[in-house]
Design a protein around this ligand. Structure first.
Ligand code: DGT
Ligand code: CA
Ligand code: CA
Length: 363
């Protein structure tokens, strides 16, 4: 069964949060600002609603410039950012999205990936209904609109969610990948910035279809090997990255591709200490404890599964993490028939270590 991945991104998120708090704001241009504190209008625009965008106001712009663009619009409003409020709206929105996913991956305050392969039974008609249901639920519970992309992978779904904003729904079935991507400008490919775009345009490559017509060597000569290979695959709608369970600051994880695909439990277990060390490093940097440990297994056929266990006590011990992850892995492997390509370790049920480092930390 082929994968089906949703990407949801909330429209003009901070501005929409302000509109939810005060619906009277909806009618007019609204600009949400990060005032620098240096007095007056010094600072930058965080985001603007679509009425303000139609006057050429956008994220990152100086507040002064936004004022000038909206000079002839007396009803335009400028508000300071209220991160704590947006955080609360985001948590509720993410809770709704999570409920619609087999696997949920939080990306940022206003966006997430959802693997829905199982619940849609691999069917795109069902997936479209599901995406519509997600949109309906966030609208009725929170009065928020979001744009959703549906496709076989994260990359194309991310591009698709941005395709028809605001309040969009774009479904790209496996057979339509190249047709959908072809006419788009290369800048629509996530990860390609302004400089990459300039270099491509100078070489006569404007659209994704133009990029597809060049060899991976030609693209690598323009962008370097890593980006060239990435664009070569992206232009064909190829992206094998799994949707990895992740919430907002609720877990730490590390996932890696093995040196070789393998069914050998000893070899696979050998990767666990390195993964745990990576997880432990971030955990220790944030002075956090964990109570749950999980492992993720991705096979060479891209099927994935995970196992987790809750410990008796919260801990920050690297040794305990390794022991739990290793036994979960061995248990989950059983008699592994399809080779394993990637392994991941994650910890969750986090607590505050309160800055105290115990002897246990490096046990
Ligand atoms: P969209 O998705 O195009 O309808 O509009 P937004 O505003 O949701 O844009 P997005 O998804 O790129 O960013 C989500 C939030 O992140 C946005 O509401 C405000 C914040 N943000 C985005 N760009 C900037 C920026 O350049 N500066 C600051 N301070 N905040 C930003
Ligand atoms: Ca957004
Ligand atoms: Ca976003």
């Amino acid at each position: 069964m082929g994968r089906i991945v949703l990407h949801a991104d909330f429209d003009h998120f901070y501005a929409q949060c302000e509109e939810v708090r005060n619906p009277l704001l909806r009618a007019a241009p609204l600009v949400v600002c990060v005032f620098s504190g240096r007095g007056g209008d010094s600072g930058a625009v965080a985001t603007a609603n679509y009425a303000a965008r139609s006057h050429g106001v956008g994220s990152g712009m100086a507040i002064n410039l936004a004022r000038r663009r909206l000079k002839g619009v007396p009803e335009a409003r400028f508000l300071p950012v209220d991160f704590a409020f947006y955080e609360g709206v985001s948590a509720r929105a993410m809770g709704i999205l999570r409920g619609h996913a087999d696997t949920f991956e939080y990306v940022g305050r206003d966006e997430a990936y959802m693997d829905v392969t199982q619940r849609a039974s691999g069917d795109y008609g069902t997936a479209r209904h599901l995406a519509q249901q997600v949109k309906n639920d966030v609208r009725s519970a929170l009065s928020l609109t979001c744009s959703v992309g549906v496709s076989p992978n994260r990359l194309v779904s991310k591009i698709a969610s941005a395709h028809q904003k605001p309040d969009g729904l774009t479904v790209v079935e496996p057979g339509d990948l190249e047709g959908f991507l072809g006419p788009l400008g290369v800048r629509k490919v996530p990860g390609l910035g302004k400089r990459a775009e300039e270099a491509l345009v100078a070489a006569g490559i404007h659209t994704v279809a133009d990029a597809r017509a060049r060899s991976v060597f030609a693209l690598s000569e323009i962008l370097g090997r890593r980006m060239g290979t990435y664009l070569h695959n992206a232009s064909r709608g190829i992206d094998d990255e799994p949707v990895a369970e992740r919430g907002p600051n609720v877990q730490y994880s590390k996932i890696a591709t093995l040196e070789r695909d393998s069914t050998d439990a000893g070899f696979l277990a050998g990767a666990i200490p390195r993964l745990c060390a990576g997880v432990h490093e971030s955990l220790a940097a944030d002075s956090r404890t964990f109570r749950s440990v999980g492992v993720l297994i991705v096979q060479s056929d891209m099927a994935s599964r995970s196992r987790s266990v809750t410990l008796r006590n919260a801990t920050s011990s690297l040794g305990e993490m390794e022991r739990a992850a290793t036994s979960l892995l061995l248990e989950a492997l059983g008699s592994q028939e399809v080779p394993v390509r990637r392994l991941g370790v994650r910890v969750s049920d986090l607590g505050d270590a309160g800055g105290q480092s115990s002897m246990d930390d490096y046990a």
